[in-house]
Structures are given as C-alpha cells and as structure tokens.
Design a protein around this ligand. Structure first.
Ligand SMILES: [Zn+2]
Length: 475
C-alpha cells in the first residue's frame, strides 16, 4: 500500500515497523464548540486510511487525542485557552464545556460510521505524563522558564524546520510587534503555562515549575497544547509511530513542535510517515466559526441529507487536494448514494440461473482496492463503483455471480463505510404486489398494472422494467 509522506514529499510504500501492526496517531478535536464539516472531512479521511489498512490485512492501532485543555486561541502562546473561552461564552466551567463537546464528538464519530479508535485519550487525564516529558526535556537542556511559562528552545533542535520546510530566517525577520520578548527564538513554544497570578483558572495543576522570582510551588499552571500529543502517543503507541495524521493546518506549528519535543526527548524518529488532510473551503473561504460558515452535521440533516451522503461527498475529493464543500455537491452525492443503494438492493433480486455474462465483480473489487492502495485515491475508487453500477443496468446479476457481487458490496462498505448493506429485502406483501403487477403486465391489463405500480410507490417502492422482469428499488 502506497501513501504520500509529507516528510519526504513522496508517495511511498507503507512499511510498518512491526507489520501487520500499524501504529496510527491522529490529532483530534479541541472540545470547546460544535465541530464543523471541515473538521469532519479530516476525520472521515483518516477513517478511510484505517478502514483500508484493516481491509488489507494490517492491524492498525489507532489513537486520537481529545484536547480538553491548554489550546490557546493564537499559535503564539498567548491569548485565552479555547476551553476557558468556551466556558465564558456558555456560562459553564471549562470542565463542563469539555465534557459536553467530548460527548458530542464521540456521538459524531458513531453517527458518521467512523471506526472506533483504540484509544481516545483526554489531555486532562494525562497531566502527569506531560509533566514527565517536560522534565525529560528540561534535563536534556531543551527548555527555559520565563514569566508566563516553560518554553522549548527551538534553536537547540537543528532539524526543527524540516517537516514543514520552514524558512526560519524569514520568520525571525517577520516577527510580529506583539512578539513575546522574553522568548529566545520566534518559533519557541510553551510546554507549560503558568496560571495568571490574579485569577484562578477552572483547569490548573501543580507542577515542578514557578515563574522566575516567585516562591516555589506558588503558582499552578496547565500544559501547552502540543505536549499532549507527544506524551499520549508515546504512552499508547511507543516512541516511534508508523503514521501520524492530521489536518494540514497543523503542519507548520503543531506537528513541527510535536517532532521537536518527541525526538529531543527520545533521540528517536517520532513518526515514519506523516499524512495531511488538505483544506476545505466553502465559496472560496476557509471554514471557521468566526466566518459564520461553520456548517455542522445537524445542519446537513436538517436539509434532509443523510450523513452517509456527506461521507460520500468527502470521498469524492482526494485527501491531498483542496476540496470544496457545497450544498449542490452534497445534494448530488445524496442522489449518487441513492442509486448505489438501489445497486446494492440488487443482491436480493438475482436471477435464478447460474448463467452469467455480465462484468466480473471480483475484478471491480480489485480495481477499487488498487485505487485505495495508491495513496487512498477515493475519487478513482468511486468512479469504478459508479462504472460497476452502470454495468448492472445492462446485465442483471444472477445466482452465478451473486457471491462475487456480495463480496464486492461488502468490500465497499468495509473501506468506505457507506452502510450499503444495512438495507433489508422487501417483505412478502411487496413481493406479491410486484408479482401481481408482472402478471397484469403480461396480460396487457395496463390499468391494473398502473394501479399496482401506484400502490407500490405509496409504500416507497419503485420499479424499473427490464427484459428480465421488473427490478425494484427504494424511492
Ligand atoms: Zn497533535
């Protein structure tokens, strides 16, 4: 299986350290607000990676963190903690906000048919691990303490700019006016932040650190955002990951900092493979709450569009391409899904003969697999499935091909999670109505035939007449 690696900027064969096990760490949500479709695009794409690994005989071990503390509004380590901000907005404590949106997120994973990660660790439940890791960095001389926290000295880590191919000189020259002048280098970032002297935070902990000049143990604090991913990935997946994934927004700061912390602490490569999901735009704009285009899963359902259709819409673009969300393409995806569901319902309607002259569904399965193994080429996989669906209209499925046909559908559901196989066969009453209509048609009793067709339509069943008899589908 081949996957693009941001580290090398090449599509590479995936070679896990301990195959068939593949350790995968993906950056999860900051749970301070409702997630928008842009967030879910990333998670569905990561789910497609996990599903493809599973269907290829790998044993992925997947950890996705939940950031419930310490994610500051700006990347410059100042501004408010997103959780505290959410708490202020909603008149709740940061703990309550985190609890509410964590549950919302977990429910969303389930509703979107995203494979359950092996662990969904919360940052607040791993404070000790984060403190340990910062202590390790401190012992090795990578940190310094200033008035608002403990910082990582990026000048001590020579390969700091490698992953994102950053131009550090340019960054240094372009320092913003508000740059924290106590920091040694523009890229230095907080590992631990001190609570303000004059205010108690909802979430704060004791630590071995205090601001210079303050009495020891006099100030509580909280971890910086980046350290949780290093600490929790090491705890659950070991010091070197096979794949680390996340949104491309994370590349220049968050992932760059994760590597710096982890590799400085362990002396080992942090992740062998980096996978980044590209930006999603709406009407050419970035999706964000502040722009008022933060569409949620609930907004989609309120328009009568299913979450499976949303999944299909996500899969229509390659994860590395800049993709657009639009209501029109979502509606088109809903229509496409409907015809795929009708296609899947053909499994109940195989002709009772072993003769079969149509396309080979195992060959289609192989084609879809090849597309996914080629850097998760979902648009190509979808085109192959639509081709197969078109073929089924020309050549009916028979008992001679039904096993292959079912295997093809199962594979699609396994890798794309579209729930095509949840539908049931129609009941006997419907079958009888269809048989009566066939009889009326044969007898050229058109009035009766039309009446029965209407009756079926009222029960949500449509009919397509073919040279081999009527094929039913759900309206
Ligand atoms: Zn992360």
């Amino acid at each position: 299986m081949k996957l693009y690696n941001t580290l090398t900027r090449n599509v590479e064969e995936l070679k896990p350290l301990h195959a068939p096990e593949v350790t995968v760490y993906t950056c999860g949500p900051t749970v301070y607000d409702y997630l928008h479709v842009g967030n879910w695009f990333t998670y569905v794409r990561e789910d497609t990676l996990i599903r493809t690994l599973l269907a290829s005989g790998f044993k992925p071990k997947w950890v996705m963190n939940i950031t419930d503390v310490g994610h500051l509004v700006s990347d410059a380590d100042d501004g408010e903690d997103k959780l505290e901000k959410g708490a202020r907005r909603e008149g709740k404590t940061a703990w309550d906000v985190a609890k509410f949106y964590t549950a919302y997120f977990e429910k969303g994973l389930e509703r979107l048919n995203i494979v359950q990660p092996d662990h969904l660790p919360r940052a607040t439940e791993h404070i000790a691990e984060q403190i340990e890791l910062i202590k390790k960095l401190e012992e090795k001389g990578y940190t310094y303490t200033i008035s608002d926290g403990v910082y990582y000295d990026t000048s001590k880590f020579p390969s700091y700019a490698d992953l994102a191919r950053l131009d550090l000189d340019e960054q240094e020259a372009g320092k913003r006016v508000q740059f924290n002048t106590e920091k040694r280098n523009v890229g230095d970032f907080a590992l631990w932040k001190f609570s303000p002297a004059d205010r108690k935070r909802d979430m704060e902990w004791d630590s071995p650190w205090t601001p210079p000049g303050a009495p020891e143990g006099s100030r509580k604090g909280f971890p910086g955002w980046h350290i949780e991913c290093s600490a929790m990935s090491m705890k659950y997946l070991g010091e070197t990951l096979d794949i680390h994934a996340g949104g491309i927004d994370h590349l220049p700061v968050h992932h760059t900092n994760e590597i710096a912390q982890s590799e400085a602490a362990t002396g080992k490569q942090f992740s062998r493979h980096w996978m980044h999901s590209n930006h999603i735009t709406i009407d050419g704009e970035k999706i964000s709450k502040s722009l008022g285009n933060g569409i949620t899963l609930e907004d989609i359902e309120a328009k009568g569009i299913s979450l499976e259709a949303f999944r299909l819409h996500v899969l229509e673009s390659h994860y590395r391409s800049q993709s657009k969300f639009s209501w029109d393409s979502l509606q088109a995806a809903q229509n496409r899904l409907k015809s795929w569901q009708a296609f899947a319902d053909l499994r109940f309607q195989a002709l009772n003969t072993d003769d079969y002259t149509g396309p080979d569904y195992m060959a289609y399965l192989g084609d879809v697999q090849r597309a996914l193994h080629d850097d998760l080429n979902t648009p190509r996989a979808l085109a192959i499935i639509s081709g197969a669906e078109a073929g089924s209209v020309q050549e009916p499925i028979t008992n001679g091909e039904i096993e292959n046909f079912n295997a093809f559908l199962e594979y699609i559901d396994d890798v794309l999670g579209l729930r095509l196989l949840v539908s049931k066969d129609v009941d006997d009453e419907i079958k009888q109505l269809i048989a009566h209509r066939e009889a009326a048609r044969t007898a050229k009793d058109w009035a009766k035939s039309d009446e029965l067709r209407d009756q079926l339509a009222k029960q949500g069943i449509g009919l397509r007449d073919t040279s081999h008899g009527a094929v039913w589908y759900r309206l």
